[in-house]
Design a protein around this ligand. Sequence first.
Ligand code: NDP
Ligand code: 2IT
Length: 446
Amino acid sequence: MSDYTKKIISEVKAKNPSEPEFHQAVEEVLESLDIVLERHPEYRSARILERMIEPERIIIFRVPWMDDQGEVHVNRGYRIEMNSAIGPYKGGLRFHPSVTLGILKFLAFEQVFKNSLTTLPMGGGKGGSDFDPKGKSDNEVMRFCQSFMTELYRHIGPDTDVPAGDIGVGAREIGYLFGQYKRLKNEFTGVLTGKGLNWGGSLIRPEATGFGAVYFAQEMLKTRGQDFAGKNVAVSGFGNVAWGAVIKINELGGKVLTLSGPDGFIYDKDGVSGEKIDYMLKLRASALDAVEPYAKQFKAEFFPGKRPWSVKVDVAMPCATQNELDGNDAKELVKNGCICVCEGANMPTTIEGFKIFNDAKILYSPGKASNAGGVATSGLEMTQNSMRLPWIREEVDKRLQQIMKNIHDTCVQTAERFGTPGNYVNGANIAGFLKVADAMLDQGLV
Ligand code: NDP
Ligand code: 2IT
């Protein structure tokens, strides 16, 4: 790393203490950018990096709500409007008790590069709350969402900032949030994505992140003359992204051996397929926070408190949450002959884990490239909303496949152009950066 990027990282740490995930995301990107800054001194003199690590705007607000017993609760709501150089702020909302400013800043920072890679005109943002949906009734979730939107509505809009789902925010929450926005603004617009099909949502959006990640993995495997047929796959998580990935892996002839939750992981030697995939949806909807019931229901093995990376597989797809795969997990995967790690979650692998994959020269893609199918399909939902014309399933899926292939090829070509062939992390960071940096140069000192 150059003295210049090192200095920026130490400034980020000094200025934003207690935000380790944000530091990690910045460090990972900056490690890729030295070579770009060497070739393009104009980015350095325009202080592009210093500007990109500072959000354009952060909104933090109180979210009071009442539970079913009449007790009052107060949560904290956030929206990070990170970068609007190439389009309106775009990115999901996360409701999880672990949410902090630092977590949302890391996600918003990643989102800027990811959205740039999609080829669609979207800036980067992220938001959410430390609200815990676990064990809450529908009515409680609705009251929380209405209170959250009662503040957020004045900061967002279809041409300003377009939120969507993330951990803990799915179709139900988007529905309550949209209803409240419409009521406050008296406008029916595409202000959120991930909407219901009857009221402006896009076909394939629920499946898009998982499908997209598998399309990306397929492209990576192709570079080594391989495909999913007959491959054993470890998937982590059991939420929206994991669900879409499991469907598509099965369609392509792969076998999913694991799923995981905060309680541990399940190992299903017969593969997660058919009705077992539908069961994942029930498991999520039950808000139990646990994957163990799967083992009981389908006679699979359950490993409490463990992560699925010790299982012998050909392909690993982390689809749960950040930092769920560390250096030891990476060593274990490589030792067991894993040839491809494709991230569905955001930043699930630690920097140490990445270095081990990179040294072992196995195929490894960072989430900002391989999970971009979710936000890309959100972009397609925005297009359909603007046209007031829905596309058929095949049209959306075809575009999603094309976008994932484009992102893959862009990563490969950019990594090569900057002297690190096969390094998808460098490819994604550099390609994502260049488009935003050039737009910022074009637009002057903003
Ligand atoms: P869901 O809420 O549908 O599922 C999240 C999964 O991760 C659940 O299995 C959840 O279990 C588990 N999980 C969440 N937090 C933790 C934690 N601290 N420790 C262990 N497990 C945890 O979310 P998604 O599937 O939408 O999101 C999964 C990942 O994919 C996230 O990293 C998200 O940022 C990323 N992503 C999502 C996109 C989308 O369109 N939805 C797009 C691109 C990326 P539980 O909730 O029971 O704790
Ligand atoms: O991390 C992500 O890309 C998402 N949660 C999806 C964001 C979106 O706007 O669809």
